[in-house]
Structures are given as C-alpha cells and as structure tokens.
Write a protein that binds this ligand. Sequence first.
Ligand SMILES: [Zn+2]
Length: 104
Amino acid sequence: MPENIILECPFCHKKTVNVIYYPSILQASTSRAAGRTVTKYYKTKEKYEVLSDCSNCGKKIKEIQKALEGEKKDPDKEKEIIERLKKQGLFMDEIKQNYKSNKS
Ligand SMILES: [Zn+2]
C-alpha cells in the first residue's frame, strides 16, 4: 500500500518533503496468446510522488521529483561511493605506513 511519508529534501537535506511512497509490489498481467491465457508476474518499481515544495530551501515539486528519480536511476553512485571509500582506505594505510616508517 502506498504510504504517506516525509522525506529528506535532496537539495538541503532537511526533512520537509511530503511524498507518497509506492513500494515495489508483485503484479499480475494476463495476456492471451493463441487462445491461451498466460499470466505473468512482474515487480513494479518503487516510486515516490512528491506532494509538496521544500519549505526550507523552496525547491519545487518537479525539481525534487527529478532529483529523487535521478538518485534511483544512478547505480554508479553507489559504486562511486565504494570506490571512494576504498581509496580512502588505501590512503589510510599509506598514512599508517608512513607514520611507522617515520618513527623507526
Ligand atoms: Zn530543501
């Protein structure tokens, strides 16, 4: 069932944005082919319907909606974050190594 929730504004990160959240559900679709009825199940995509402007930064419904959808459609973003963390991890090791070699 769709839920009415308050989301963080993707622009100012304040909890101001009123949305209806449609969770991903299983839906049946029937089609007829060659006299037989075929039922297929498919998962719908979860989605957000933005209901309000951001009362903090004044971004409009359309802009917020776009930003939310953009985030969902961007699988590279997660990869990018992981890569960045990995790099930071390596960087930390380097610092540790340098620290050790400086000490000895
Ligand atoms: Zn905002």
